[in-house]
Write a protein that binds this ligand. Structure first.
Ligand code: GAP
Length: 449
């Protein structure tokens, strides 16, 4: 049985075509709001609402479990503010720059490397034809001051990546956890970049979260680990239910490759605005630890007992954007069949796993519903709703991606069975109330199989 007998004959649902549909759904249903909206918003900053924060926690939890359930990875939560020398050593003070040009007439601002080279050569604004300034180098790090005096000596930066907090803690973690190489350190945290061209909703923002893991290996074994991590990381996205045909690898050619990297691949996702980077997997060699040794004067070497060798480890980095993974979860899940909009989240990402409804707002039904709700929410994140027709209530849950709906009706009072309704197929089945949790568990376990 399904909500609508014609549903089965409909043409296949379409994907998200226009980002504005997702932006408005996100605002309306409480996933993502423009930051400081009452003041007109602040460019490229967003706030996560009640459902957005649940989705984000689920994305992080999925990543954290995938990383730290392994014996060879430890967790870390380093400070956002770091010693300013960190950023000299990392190369960010000198090199984390974008070339910027301004139009003298319309005041539009562009990244010089992103506009048509002919327009740049002719110094002609791509928007209004006005004259462009010479390119200026603009550092993307946000600066602030430590302590009460605003002077050069007090300058500190908001970290532009979480990775450096891991590198400078390499020996602290290794020694306190007694890990042997190869092993990794995982961290989730905020990063800040004063992006010149932010945009596409939460795709490129100025404040965002990264989920980074740095894997320390013996030189010579690095390419083998690099290949392993590429496979592990793409599988993580697939395990979150992201469709295979929407993901691909992009290898950095010699021109794209960072000066420190021996090899780099991006995992890209096909957004409505094209294929774009979702995560980077980099072989960073011994660049980072060597530089921190030079700038700090402290040894960051590892002594291998078996071989009696001392070496600076190579690093394989996996660096995923948390907000960007969340955006991919939303974009990939978006479905519209001409009538119904739903988010086909994998249950592990869905903000609510189950919604429980009385068929009507009658005391005998709501009482039973409350009991089922109390039981179910002990096991799953669940919600309940008794306002409006049952069809409308299903639609509201479809739009926020709740995979299972449970309805309590008059048959329930007689035979203690409930209707279990499936979000994607709209198929309904009758399940004994006492088996409900077990049946949902089974459905989740067999998801996609
Ligand atoms: N430690 C390596 C590093 O930071 P990156 O390619 O600059 O590498 C890694 O960033 C990931 O962080 C990107 O693949 C993307 O998912 C996310 N990211 C980077 N800049 C971002 C921004 N301005 N807004 C949102 N996410 C961003």
């Amino acid at each position: 049985m399904s909500d609508s007998p014609v549903a089965a004959q409909k043409s296949p649902p379409s994907d998200l075509k226009d980002m504005s549909d997702l932006v408005s759904l996100s605002k309306r249903r409480g996933f993502v709001f423009p930051s400081s909206e009452v003041y007109g918003g602040i460019n490229a900053c967003w706030d996560y609402g009640p459902l957005g924060i649940e989705l984000k926690r689920n994305v992080k939890e999925s990543w954290w479990r995938a990383m730290t359930d392994r014996e060879d990875i430890e967790g870390l939560d380093a400070a956002i503010l770091m010693h300013p020398k960190t950023w000299e050593a990392s190369g960010h003070v000198a090199g984390f720059v974008d070339p910027l040009v301004d139009c003298k007439k319309c005041k539009a601002r562009f990244r010089a490397d992103k506009i048509d080279p002919a327009a740049l050569q002719a110094k002609k604004c791509p928007e209004c034809g006005g004259e462009l300034t010479e390119p200026r180098l603009f550092n993307l790090m946000f600066k602030t001051f430590m302590g009460p005096v605003e002077e050069d000596a007090a300058v500190v930066y908001l970290r532009p990546e979480t990775a450096q907090g891991i590198y400078v803690n390499f020996l602290n973690v290794q020694q306190s956890s007694r890990q042997k190489i190869p092993f990794g350190i995982a961290q989730i945290g905020k990063a800040f970049r004063n992006e010149i061209t932010p945009g596409n909703f939460i795709f490129r923002t100025r404040e965002f979260e990264q989920m980074e893991m740095q894997f320390f290996v013996k030189p010579g074994t690095d390419m083998e680990w690099f290949e392993k991590w590429k496979e592990v990381r793409i599988q993580w996205h697939l395990d979150n239910g992201i469709r295979k045909n929407k993901l691909r690898f992009h290898e950095h050619g010699p021109k794209e490759l960072a000066h420190y990297a021996r090899a780099a691949f991006d995992i890209e996702y096909e957004f409505p605005f094209g294929w774009q980077e979702l995560e980077g997997i980099h072989n960073r060699t011994d660049f980072d630890l060597t530089r921190h040794q030079q700038y700090s004067g402290k040894k960051l070497e590892y002594f291998e007992e078996e071989s009696k060798e001392r070496f600076v480890p190579y690093i394989i980095e996996t660096s995923a954007g948390c907000d960007r993974s969340l955006l991919v979860a939303l974009v990939d899940a978006y479905r519209f069949d001409g009538e119904r909009t739903w988010l086909a989240f994998h249950p592990k990402l869905a903000p609510y796993k189950v919604a429980i409804f009385p068929l009507m707002k009658k005391p005998e039904l709501t009482e039973y519903t409350d009991k089922v709700f109390t039981d179910v929410r002990r096991r799953f994140r669940a919600t309940t709703d008794s306002a409006g027709s049952i069809g409308k209530r299903y639609r509201r849950q479809d739009e926020i991606g709740t995979p299972f709906g449970v309805t309590i009706d008059y048959d329930t009072l007689r035979d203690h069975t409930v209707t279990l309704r499936h979000r994607d197929s709209m198929v309904q089945e009758r399940v004994p109330a006492e088996n409900l949790i077990q049946v949902i568990e089974e459905r989740i376990q067999n998801w996609g199989k």
